[in-house]
Design a protein around this ligand. Structure first.
Ligand SMILES: Nc1ncnc2c1ncn2[C@@H]1O[C@H](COP(=O)(O)OP(=O)(O)OP(=O)(O)O)[C@@H](O)[C@H]1O
Ligand SMILES: [Mg+2]
Length: 341
């Protein structure tokens, strides 16, 4: 592989880009701010504008539920990201781009990821698609080429991808439209219901990160600011971990149910492998405290929470890129490699 090889994970909440020989060189919110048809900010800078920008700014996430919902803005965002990368790391054109995409999506949705990479300003010589569960498993350190079956659960912002891998391939995969954002939304709704307090997405995410437990919360508190429903005036309030844990319980139970449903479908041979290897959990939402205990209690399997779980997919792309041909047979299906000229 040439030296200009990029691996991209277009997540719902963040976009992460790996560059060969450099590592993860871009990790920012997958967000774009548009004013009068022009991009004025992307990534973390656009995130800072959320809830504060004038009415003529549109600040949007182009990826929703694991698929590109807004291809025009996603391309604008990707081009701006590549401009930043070019400034810092030099020439980007004539590169190779490897994109991780969910498995359980339509061909048209997958094609959109391909077209996006093919048409960006890096003008790639070729674009390859890797299934996210494969990148995720490699990022987790699972030796996916060996015959043993393994289950990988990636709990992101908008989606949870539950996959069973065996002999280098994906045996079964389900993309569940449920992730960390749903927990944030539940917190917003419940804070309003119980405390008559209106809070924004950022505050809800802060509460989740500070106070959420998957079960049996330790007693913790956090002070937040919001608007009183009745008076409309800004007020502060102290929220505790018991409240937040209770609020997210329903969504987490739903996730566990989905994992159990997929487990029930696997062959006895694969079940034996999974009993041996356990379940690997990645994605930013794997950071929720005591998630390991919840899954262990509900499935009676060993649970491995990945280190830096939100980087798992892009780290997997990095390993595929750096190890050259080692993963060619399993990472790229023949119909997922296109040479662009
Ligand atoms: N410490 C934490 N505790 C709880 N949730 C966290 C923590 N850190 C990050 N998250 C959540 O992880 C989610 C982001 O995870 P990740 O980066 O894997 O998502 P993504 O890849 O962009 O999304 P998706 O895979 O759904 O397209 C957000 O919902 C964020 O709030
Ligand atoms: Mg993700």
């Amino acid at each position: 592989m040439a030296s200009r090889v990029f691996g991209i994970d277009f997540g719902t909440s963040s976009i992460k880009i790996y560059k060969k020989n450099e590592g993860v060189i871009f990790d920012e919110k997958n967000l774009i701010a548009i004013c009068n048809g022009q991009p004025v900010a992307i990534g973390n800078e656009a995130f800072q504008m959320l809830g504060k920008a004038p009415d003529n700014y549109q600040i949007t996430y182009p990826v929703k539920n694991g698929v590109i919902a807004d291809i025009k803005n996603m391309l604008l965002l990707l081009n701006e990201a590549f401009k930043k990368i070019e400034k810092k790391y030099g020439k980007i054109t004539g590169s190779e781009i490897i994109v991780a995409t969910p498995t359980d999506i339509t061909e048209v949705e997958q094609r959109a990821y391909f077209d996006l990479a093919a048409n960006c300003i890096a003008k790639p010589r070729n674009v390859k698609i890797v299934n996210k569960p494969v990148a995720c498993a490699i990022g987790t350190g699972i030796e996916i080429m060996n015959a043993s079956g393994a289950m990988v659960v990636d709990i992101g912002a908008n989606t949870t991808e539950i996959s069973i891998m065996s002999i280098g391939g994906i045996v079964s995969s389900k993309l569940v439209p449920l992730g960390g954002n749903d927990l944030d939304r539940a917190i917003i709704n419940n804070v309003r219901k119980k405390y008559n307090l209106i809070i924004g997405d950022t505050t809800a995410e802060y509460l989740k990160k500070e106070l959420a437990f998957a079960l049996e919360p330790e007693h913790l508190t956090a002070k937040i600011y919001g608007k009183d429903v009745l008076s409309g005036l800004p007020i502060d309030m102290v929220i505790d971990s018991e409240f937040v844990t209770d609020t997210i319980k329903e969504s987490l139970d739903l996730l566990v149910d989905n994992v159990k449903a997929l487990l029930e479908k696997v062959s006895p041979e694969l079940s034996a492998d999974i009993i041996d290897s356990g379940i690997f959990i990645s994605g930013g939402s794997a950071n929720i405290r005591k998630l390991e205990q919840l899954f262990n209690r509900e499935t009676e399997l060993d649970i491995h929470i990945c280190e830096e779980p939100s980087d798992n997919v892009v780290k997997g792309l990095g390993i595929i890129i750096e190890e050259g041909g080692k993963y060619n047979a399993v990472a790229f299906a023949a119909n997922q490699i296109s040479h662009l000229g």
